[in-house]
Ligand binder design. Structure first.
Ligand SMILES: Nc1ncnc2c1ncn2[C@@H]1O[C@H](COP(=O)(O)OP(=O)(O)O)[C@@H](O)[C@H]1O
Ligand SMILES: [Mg+2]
Length: 316
């Protein structure tokens, strides 16, 4: 059997029900970073930039992690290490059980590990490679040497997941920003990526495009069991994740469930971040002496918490 066929077989085995099974089982670590660091050496003439310092964390298969942090805090560098565009210059990084930082790991194993992780970037216009939508989605799997019949099925499935099936034969350049991003997501789904990293993929979109893309991201995590790591500046987006990591100065400074992180309003402000508007309102009300919880960041929970506190205050 040729290597291409072997790769195909491995890919086909990697069907979504298997992913969902492992998610139900509590999820093994798809990514494990132990004290990884990365310095841009500036090519000799410029200053060295220590972009990441001793980062340790792991990501469970099937989970949804949001990464927050001010500009320059190291988020994109971390994303590039996780999808193996860059190699850490210290520490150990394991992707799907393969130690990609070990000298003993073969090129072939790294090649296989790399296939697990895909990335969707910020600019929708830089990610389209073909003129017709379905050709664009097929481009990745074609490059992997997958059979045309299998590609056809995957392209249709992937376009369904992002709600773009009816645009399959449309010209990609005429789509809106949100639609282009969804086509880019479909491309990564068609490649059977088990983990997709979004690097501010909604930053250039209008509110409608943002909502469409977020809906697709949530669906591919919840229904397809794909592990999502989403770098964002928007708190409402981060609140959809099961875990929020906050970076500052090349380090992880907070890591927890959204409800645990958003209550730490003052620390978030120190990291140059906002808190959700609901959290800020609750925080101000607490400062004013009203007994409200800080973790009611959902709009409805926030309104209910305020109503309850006002009723209680009226009784005293
Ligand atoms: N190609 C590069 N060469 C030199 N320095 C870089 C390069 N890319 C990023 N940096 C620097 O590394 C630090 C982290 O950048 P980055 O990972 O892009 O942060 P973020 O995505 O959080 O804005 C910043 O100080 C940035 O200026
Ligand atoms: Mg960045």
């Amino acid at each position: 059997m040729s290597n291409t066929n072997k790769a195909n077989e491995a890919y086909e085995k990697n069907e979504k029900n298997e992913i969902t099974e492992s998610k139900k089982a509590g999820g093994a670590d798809i990514i494990k970073a132990e004290n990884i660091s990365f310095t841009y050496d500036g090519g000799g003439s410029e200053e060295k930039v220590e972009a990441l310092k001793n980062i340790s964390f792991s990501v469970k298969e099937g989970s949804f992690t949001a990464i927050l942090g001010r500009n320059g805090s190291g988020k994109s560098t971390l994303a590039k290490l996780l999808c193996m565009v860059l190699t850490p210059d210290g520490g150990r990084l394991t992707v799907d059980g393969v130690d990609v930082t070990s000298d003993e790991t073969t090129e072939e194993d790294i090649y296989e590990a790399r296939k697990n992780v895909g990335m969707v970037f910020q600019n929708p216009d830089n990610q389209i490679v073909a003129t017709i939508v379905e050709e664009d989605v097929a481009f990745g799997p074609e490059n992997l040497g997958i059979e045309p019949a299998v590609i056809r099925r995957r392209v249709d499935e992937a376009l369904d997941i992002v709600g773009m099936r009816k645009y399959a034969r449309h010209s990609a350049s005429r789509l809106s920003g949100g639609q282009k991003q969804r086509v880019a997501i479909a491309g990564t789904i068609a490649m059977r990526r088990r983990c997709i990293i979004f690097d501010e993929s909604t930053a250039m979109l209008d509110p409608i495009g943002r909502r469409e893309v977020m809906d697709s991201i949530v669906r591919l995590n919840r229904d397809e069991g794909i592990t999502v790591i989403m770098i964002t500046h928007y708190m409402d987006e981060a609140s959809l994740a099961d875990r929020v990591i906050v970076m500052d100065g090349g380090e992880i400074v907070m890591d927890g469930a959204p409800s645990e992180i958003f209550v730490r309003a003052e620390e978030l402000w120190q990291c140059g971040l906002d808190v959700p508007q609901t959290t800020e309102l609750l925080w101000r009300m607490r400062k004013a002496g009203l007994d409200v919880p800080l973790d009611a960041f959902g709009e409805r929970e926030c309104a209910e918490a305020i109503e309850k506190a006002l009723e209680k205050a009226a009784k005293i």
